[in-house]
Design a protein around this ligand. Structure first.
Ligand SMILES: *Cc1c(COP(=O)(O)O)cnc(C)c1O
Length: 388
């Protein structure tokens, strides 16, 4: 196969939606019942099923994962002028809700073992902010690409400083850490059902917690904070954040196949490791002990001096083969939006997230990726190596 032959093959996407068939059954149920509204029986059922799957006492279905983070931060009491810790290596949606509340994010670096928040850097950030009299009310800890952060020490540190922990599990639904669902280690956990996530409602999110009173409060805020009165009366500021009954129907069909989706993404991850692991200079994202990662995205870093090509060169090789791949997230402390923020790196000399950003690539990982398409990706990477 030459590049000119391969470039006309259909495009391979990074993580497209994967429809199962059951979505339609629940959608028809919703349509026949007349519940074409935000809230309804499909929403109630989806919340119950998500709570059961994750082992949480309660769940609140919302219009996005970002909305769920926003409500969790408000539940944590975050207001104007507060500081909130956030993982730096993540999508901007983890931190934007901090700004919605007029608070200031403080970014913490990753560790090499999980690529997620480094417990030691977290501890340093808490102590340093405490010393300045700026102790944060909350921390948003992200579980990247389907893998849990090392939650046990993070929970311990957060408890010690009295910080409310919010787990951004948008990318890690289906992952388990020490046998407990990713997203259930903090006081609040959030999931996303955006189109690229492991299961999708086209757009949507979920807030989970064992604190059902807090969830009732968030439910109230999410429907415009209507007081109990026949007329429309409001004493608090609310939002229009509920999930539509139709989209919850899609979510239920998707959730039934979550375990299969995890298995497929994990097998894609294994296959990439088997096929590419021997290429010098390529290093896959490590799978941490005590964690079942979903391998939502299979990610690797490239040691340019050993491999003979850079991550940018690999991305353009893949593009020439009509394959969608992406660099690892640009860390938030490097974003123009957060230019003047505090940042606590892994160590004084070394920022892990900067290194992962400059050397990392995410490969096509969707559960609908066929074995043939996976071989196309492998071939593109092998030949990138060969013709450098
Ligand atoms: C997708 C994602 C979100 C946001 O979820 P939406 O449902 O798109 O609002 C938040 N955090 C991370 C890490 C994500 O990947």
């Amino acid at each position: 196969m030459s590049i000119s032959q391969t470039s006309i093959l259909p495009r391979i996407l990074l993580s497209p939606p994967h429809i199962s068939g059951r979505e339609q059954v629940y959608m028809e149920e919703a349509i026949h019942s007349g519940w074409i509204a935000p809230i309804g029986p499909q929403v109630d059922a989806f919340e119950r099923e998500m709570a059961a799957y994750t082992g949480s006492k309660g769940a609140l279905a919302l219009s996005s994962g970002t909305a769920a983070i926003h409500l969790a931060l408000r539940l944590a009491g975050v207001t104007q002028g507060d500081y909130v810790i956030c993982s730096t290596l993540t999508f901007v949606a983890s931190a934007n809700p901090i700004l919605y509340l007029g608070a200031t994010p403080v970014f913490v670096d990753s560790e090499p073992e999980t690529w997620n928040m480094c417990p030691l850097a977290f501890q340093r950030a808490c102590q340093a902010l405490n010393d300045k009299g700026l102790l944060p009310k909350a921390a948003v800890v992200v579980n990247l690409y389907g893998q849990s952060a090392d939650m046990a020490p993070i929970v311990e540190i957060a408890n010690r400083y009295g910080i409310t922990l919010i787990e951004d599990a948008a990318e890690s639904l289906g992952a388990f850490y020490q046998g407990k669902a990713s997203g259930t280690w903090g006081q609040f956990g959030i999931y996303s059902f955006n189109g690229n996530k492991i299961i999708t409602t086209s757009g949507g999110g979920m807030l989970v917690s064992d604190d059902t009173e807090a969830l009732d409060q968030a439910r109230f805020w999410s429907t415009q904070a209507r007081d109990t009165a026949p007329h429309y009366q409001h004493s608090e500021m609310g939002y229009n954040y509920r999930l539509s009954n139709l989209l919850a129907a899609i979510g239920r069909g998707q959730l039934e196949l979550l375990e299969e989706r995890v298995e497929r993404r994990r097998s894609i991850g294994r296959r990439y490791r088997e096929r590419l692991g021997s290429i010098p200079g390529l290093h896959f994202m490590p799978e941490a002990r005590n964690c079942r990662s979903t391998h939502w995205l299979s990610a690797l870093t490239i040691d340019e001096e050993v491999a003979g090509f850079s991550s940018q060169q690999l991305l353009s090789c893949l593009e020439q083969h009509n394959i969608e791949a992406r660099p690892v997230w640009k860390p938030l402390h490097l974003q123009p939006l957060f230019e003047s923020s505090y940042y606590y790196p892994y160590s004084e000399e070394y920022s892990v997230s900067d290194k992962l950003f400059s050397t990392g690539v995410c490969l096509p990982s969707g559960s609908s990726l066929s074995d043939e398409d996976l071989e196309r990706v492998v071939y593109a990477i092998e030949t990138c190596n060969q013709y450098r």
